[in-house]
Design a protein around this ligand. Structure first.
Ligand SMILES: [Zn+2]
Ligand SMILES: [Zn+2]
Length: 297
């Protein structure tokens, strides 16, 4: 999948396993885009050729990814945007957890902030039949030495605070010259002075600047507002403005509302293509669906 020939640019494969926000939403109206909650994987190699897979969030989509990972020896690193239920609820079903001595790296900042405790607490024998101590896998933290080694091999992940209830982040992964932004839950324009207001639009545009891929939550339409203003999610049109301001190459609209039907998402795709043709024709836009795979750069 990831063949690096001398002089060729490195390639990363980004795959979407769950694209829904809030709660899994299976059913006939969501069958095409999918009903699993947030999970995106980024597969590739470090500069020394070691295969690695970064997993962004552990919504119910992670179950589908993990069936594959259980049969590979790729280094697994889990990053969390935050610990709302729709971003952690698939973790007990993450198959590598049950593999004896399988190393699973948990990125460091979440540990420092206690976010991973909420993720791991689901596997306690009460909320789920398995207890973490009986699971088998080796859960490892990212030490400063590991972070430095990763950076030396061309892999760096940084964060910015999202405008969202509780503690939530947008993540920026710089991977051997490729830049990916994962920003699932974020309200670009929260109510002024509210306690979800942490980062300005200009700061976010700077954080996302020039990304090869911007994955951003696009849960609402203008019609959903003002009832949902302050809930921590953006309107589709605002997300298009961010992509244009940050001059990204490809925008993926993500974290769909559980009530959003396939037909409505088809309309988002059509409207967005029209908007970018008129306003920023160099930017590609895709409405995320389960099974979407994007090869970078
Ligand atoms: Zn969410
Ligand atoms: Zn959230």
């Amino acid at each position: 999948m990831s063949i690096n020939l001398p002089g060729k640019a490195p390639r990363f494969l980004v795959r979407f396993w769950g694209v829904r926000g809030s709660i899994p939403s299976p059913g006939p109206a969501t069958a095409r885009y999918g009903g699993n909650t947030s999970c995106v994987s980024v597969e590739g190699e470090y500069a020394d050729g070691t295969p690695t897979v970064g997993i962004f969030d552990a919504g119910t989509g992670i179950r589908l990814l993990s069936r594959e990972l259980a049969h590979s020896d790729k280094e697994i690193i889990l990053f969390l945007s935050h610990t709302h239920w729709d971003h952690i609820q698939g973790f007990p079903f993450f198959a590598p957890l049950r593999q004896a001595d399988r190393p699973i790296y948990l990125s460091s900042m979440e540990q420092e902030m206690g976010l991973f405790q909420l993720l791991l607490a689901q596997v306690d024998g009460k909320r789920f039949p398995l207890r973490l101590e009986d699971a088998g896998a080796k859960l490892l933290r990212f030490t400063p030495e590991k972070i430095a080694e990763q950076q030396r091999l061309g892999y760096q992940v940084q964060r910015i605070r999202a405008n969202h209830p509780g503690v939530a982040f947008g993540l920026r992964a710089d991977l051997r010259g490729m830049r990916l932004i994962y920003f699932p839950d974020n309200e670009l324009f929260p109510p002024a002075g509210s306690d979800t207001q942490h980062t300005t639009f200009a700061e976010m545009a700077e954080f996302c600047r020039g990304a090869d891929l911007l994955i951003h939550g696009a849960q609402y339409t203008e019609a959903d507002m003002p009832a949902k203003h302050g809930w921590g999610h953006s309107v589709v049109s605002q997300v298009r403005e961010l992509a244009a301001a940050a001059q990204v190459k490809h925008l993926v609209l993500f974290h769909h509302d559980p009530d959003r039907s396939d037909d409505e998402l088809d309309r988002f795709q059509g409207e967005s293509e029209e908007w970018f043709r008129a306003n920023a024709p160099e930017i590609r836009c895709t409405v995320a669906f389960e099974g979407l795979a994007i090869s970078l750069p």
